[in-house]
Design a protein around this ligand. Structure first.
Ligand code: GLC
Length: 566
């Protein structure tokens, strides 16, 4: 693909360092986040500097030039805080400390500084719905027993039944099983129960407690003072529970998730919290942002999180959940843009993250949700994934990439049970929870595992990498114009040169045959063929980039996307 190689040299490697907190750069445009391409780093699996098989902050720091060369604007780091790792760091024991497995606070500081010097912003994960059960507050609450004021910071309740032997209500954990675990009193007798919407090691905070609200305002300031550019807010829809914690009265509750407002999700009270946080962020220079991980029933309800005085962005999970189908894609694109326009927030787009099957695998399988167990048709999946990415990067708003998708990595669907670590896999008895498959460490170089993920050939990696990943490494793909890595580099370089790609809040749809989408944005046209057949299509303009190798003039290849300047 010659376009890919010709635009490679245009990758913006010379962009200026970012403003520091104290000195905004002259002429820096407002609203950097409105069309930003934000790259998710999953620290366990990105790069391992000390060779223990687990990714770490010095490893990430050493690979920042890859992200700069790729052409992204910001990096979102999944949690690296002190944690017993019951849910891969989403169980935080100390919100102001770096887990020794990932490094130190000094490493975090150096990472933030290096990123800024390379023109990359840093967004960190904030986990306010629950802490680890090893958090000092929870441990003290357990030790001090019923009546301890510390218990008010979580949801402790007496059980139902004659002797309190039944959970206080019928809620189920997202990871399977009851959402309550019974405690033991300090004297060894059975005690109260506590609520955990996720694993038992992740007790939910009680956001009615002023101490909880105060603590998180202070944690925000701690990281803002460290210089971070924003926060991705984990389970942003879960902090407030319906008064009285009412029964749901339904079986198979997981099926209801995302279809309705639940007594523990998407309660209107959450918005007050984010209004308070926004005020704090606005005190800091440099446009720090809040990004909601909010699984809501509709895009309209997602828009509530990004009203002008709340967060800046919310993930578009409706888009992520949409299959490779022209009608469905057009519908979700229109619905997303329509929902965000009235609140003035940019729409976001995302295809993969650390919780779902990678899109290169989803699209090689028949439609079937976001947690798949089958590899499907690898070639078809990758072909569609490349096309889906070019579509996403042509839409107005901000796009999220998940580490490794720029290499076209598939999910590893055949990990043996004994290496799996995802708690949802074990709690759901292997019925669901295949998140380890998208968390396998990144191949960087070389012909022997861990393919440059760690410093030594033959060294460990916390999840095993498939042998065929040698040919998918950054090194193997660099300079190969047909590679997925060079496609991403070219697309992002074009997006930087043609700011209208991410700007605005509308697309102008053009007439097309069934299964094909085409839209215009300024003097740019994007056409997408979601069918398995080539389609005749002539665009009067210059072809900028295509996701397919098998191009001919006047034809849009099967399962492909092309960009033109017109
Ligand atoms: C979010 C995270 C997920 C985690 C859960 C509990 O959904 O993305 O990885 O397991 O929250 O914190």
């Amino acid at each position: 693909m010659t376009q890919a190689s010709s635009t490679r040299s245009a990758a913006d490697t010379s962009r200026p360092a970012l403003a520091t907190a104290d000195t905004p750069a002259a002429g820096e445009p407002r609203g950097w986040w409105r069309d930003a391409v934000i790259y998710q780093v999953y620290p366990r699996s990105f790069a391992d500097a000390n060779g223990d098989g687990m990714g770490d902050l010095p490893g990430i720091r050493s690979r920042l030039p890859h992200l700069r060369d790729l052409g992204v604007d910001a990096v979102w780091l999944s949690p690296f805080y002190a944690s017993p790792q019951a849910d891969a760091g989403y169980d935080v024991a100390d919100y102001r400390a770096v887990d020794p497995m990932f490094g130190t606070l000094l490493d975090a500081d150096a990472l933030i500084r290096d990123a800024h010097a390379l023109g990359l912003r840093i967004i960190v994960d904030l986990v306010p719905n629950h802490s680890s059960n090893q958090h000092e507050w929870f441990q003290r609450a357990l030790r001090e027993g019923p009546g301890s004021p510390l218990r008010d910071r979580y949801h402790f309740r007496a059980g139902r039944g004659t002797a309190g032997e039944l959970p206080p209500n019928d809620w189920e954990s997202i990871f399977g099983g009851p959402a309550w675990t019974r405690t033991e009193n300090p004297d060894g007798t059975p005690g109260e129960w506590y609520l955990h919407l996720f694993a038992p090691e992740q007790p939910d905070f009680n956001w009615e407690s002023p101490a909880v609200a105060d603590e998180f305002r202070s944690i925000l300031r701690f990281w803002l003072d460290m210089g971070v550019d924003g926060f991705r807010v984990d389970v942003a829809h879960g902090l407030v529970k319906a008064p009285g914690l009412p029964d749901l009265g339904a079986h198979d509750q997981l099926k209801l998730l995302g279809n309705d407002v639940m007594p523990f999700f998407d309660q209107d009270g959450v918005h007050q919290i984010y209004r308070a946080w926004r005020k704090i962020l606005d005190e800091y220079p440099g446009e720090r942002i809040l990004v909601a991980e909010a699984w809501t029933p509709t895009v309209e309800r997602t828009a509530n999180y990004v009203r002008p005085d709340e967060m800046h962005q919310a993930f578009n999970f409706q888009y992520l959940s949409t299959y490779w189908d022209a009608t469905a894609l057009r519908q979700v694109i229109d619905a997303s843009l329509d929902a965000m326009r009235p609140v003035g927030a940019p729409t976001t787009w995302v295809l993969s993250n650390h919780d779902v099957t990678r899109h290169a695998t989803r699209f090689g399988n028949p439609p079937g949700g976001t947690q798949l167990r089958t590899a499907g048709d690898r070639e078809l999946g990758l072909r569609r994934a490349r096309a889906a990415t070019l579509l996403m990067l042509a839409l107005p708003g901000s796009a999220y990439l998940y580490q490794g998708e720029e290499l076209g990595l598939p999910d590893v669907t055949d990990l043996p049970d004994e290496v799996r670590q995802d708690p949802s896999y074990f709690r759901a008895s292997g019925q669901d929870g295949f998140r380890d498959g998208c968390r396998v460490p990144i191949p960087w170089s070389g012909s022997a595992a861990p393919y440059g993920f760690g410093p030594t050939a033959g060294g460990p990696s916390w999840l095993p990498q498939p042998a065929e990943w040698a040919s998918l490494s950054v090194e193997a793909q660099t300079g190969d114009p047909a590679s997925t890595l060079e496609l991403y580099r070219s697309a992002l370089a074009i997006r930087r040169r043609q700011p209208e790609l991410g700007a605005g809040d509308r697309v102008e749809w053009l007439d097309t045959p069934p299964g094909v989408l085409m839209f215009r944005r300024g003097d740019f046209v994007c056409a997408v063929n979601t069918t398995g057949q080539p389609v005749e299509l002539t665009v009067a303009g210059t072809l900028l980039l295509s996701s397919a190798e098998d191009r001919q003039p006047g034809v849009l290849p099967a399962d492909s996307t092309s960009w033109w300047a017109v």
